[in-house]
Design a protein around this ligand. Structure first.
Ligand code: SF4
Length: 392
């Protein structure tokens, strides 16, 4: 979520480039020129200041003497980049002059930045918003790049999400990233998104808890209250036992845990049983989040099997929420529009969809609670049976 609510693209494309792959932080604000800022975003040629390693120019036709200077110094640059005004001071960007692309990895004016450790996953969840192809591509991010990214992030960052794929698949490198975050960004709050299966292993879970930053919450999905249901949704036989004991091991070691229940056609009828299981076994988790699906990747491929409209879920969701609340467990609801929830649980609904993915239906403009409603994912808004009921 961007603090001022303005749209920000994640990719910017240029027209002309030179140099090598660079991971750099942005310096747009002349007042904060310091060594940590390695890129100068130049909106007009006359603002060009010598002494930076990497340059991003808005203009395509930069002056001859600037080009000569950059060539002479073997500097990396991209010019003719649209939307440079969306970059802000202290952003971290990845520049690929070969493909003429700038990818915004860290958005300094956003409250939901993330650190993606790998695209790979050892589950193949039936409603995963990534496709099997994305999760099996061989695109390992070297630990040196992950560490450089961590070094470039503003020390004052309040929140970071650690995600994948499945981050724990990096094994020792995962523990090292966790330790490095604790060392470099100790004041930050973290949410680790994991299927929790690796925490089944005693030595691994102990190393994780020992090295994790103090303010880290581990978020693990539980898809069912018995193995066959969970394994059917996760796509891996035996995964329930590993995730369940992963949670149990973390719980025993005093780690902060969030349990996530992604609601789909296969489990919406038993979310009350899942809630009861959580309150029986893990009454001291930090919170439980019920979440609606994002209809991308596997979720689209399997839409006949997994899609359930929000209104059909309403009754069971309310019941499940009250089971948890009665046990004193904080409960939240993600990705559900307000008009699909009973009004008694509106206060648990979080505006959770990332700013660049939020969409509303035409009728939402007539709704009195639109400002508080998180709307729909861009990928979900056109699903069949999806109706809105503007609140008057
Ligand atoms: S009508 Fe639209 S804005 Fe209003 S609660 Fe429903 S989805 Fe949200």
């Amino acid at each position: 979520m961007i603090k001022d609510g303005k749209y920000r693209p994640l990719f910017l494309n240029g027209k002309i480039g030179q140099g090598s792959y660079s991971l750099v932080s942005v310096c747009k604000n002349e007042e904060s020129l310091d060594k940590e800022h390695k890129v100068k975003v130049v909106l007009k040629d006359e603002n060009f200041i010598k002494g930076y390693d990497v340059y991003v120019f808005q203009s395509e036709n930069i002056q001859r003497q600037i080009i000569d200077y950059l060539k002479l110094n073997n500097s990396t640059y991209i010019c003719g980049v649209g939307e440079t005004d969306t970059l802000v001071d202290k952003d971290v960007i990845e520049i690929s002059p070969d493909t003429l692309t700038i990818r915004v990895l860290y958005r300094a004016n956003s409250i939901d930045n993330f650190l993606m450790l790998t695209n790979k996953c050892n589950n193949n969840c039936i409603m995963c918003p990534d496709s099997l192809k994305v999760r099996t591509e061989n695109k390992n991010i070297p630990i040196s790049i992950l560490k450089k990214y961590i070094e470039l992030i503003d020390k004052k960052v309040e929140f970071l999400c650690i995600t994948g794929g499945e981050p724990t698949l990096l094994k020792e490198d995962f523990i090292e990233v966790i330790r490095y975050l604790r060392e470099k960004l100790s004041g930050t709050e973290y949410l680790l998104l994991t299927n929790g299966r690796m925490f089944y292993k005693k030595r691994f879970v102990e190393a994780f808890v020992k090295n994790a930053p103090e303010n880290l919450i581990t978020a693990i999905p539980i898809h069912g209250h018995y193995p066959e249901l969970h394994d059917n949704i996760s796509g891996v036989k035996g995964s329930f036992i590993q995730s369940f004991y992963g949670v149990k091991n973390l719980y025993k070691l005093g780690a902060k845990i969030e349990i996530r229940v992604v609601i789909n056609k296969l489990n919406y009828n038993v979310i009350t049983n899942i809630a009861a299981m959580i309150s029986d076994y893990f009454p001291k988790v930090v919170r439980v989040n019920f979440m609606a699906m994002e209809m991308l990747g596997n979720a689209v491929v399997n839409r006949e099997k997994v899609w359930i409209d929000f209104n059909s879920v309403q009754e069971k969701l309310k019941e499940a929420v009250f089971i948890l609340l009665k046990s004193g467990i904080e409960t939240r609801i993600y990705n559900f529009p307000l008009c699909s929830l009973d009004e008694s649980i509106w206060n648990l609904s979080v505006r959770s969809i990332s700013d660049y993915k939020i969409r509303y239906k035409q009728q939402c403009n007539e709704c009195s609670v639109m400002k508080n409603c998180g709307g729909f994912f861009n990928s979900t808004i056109n699903m069949k049976d999806l109706k809105v009921k503007p609140i008057k």
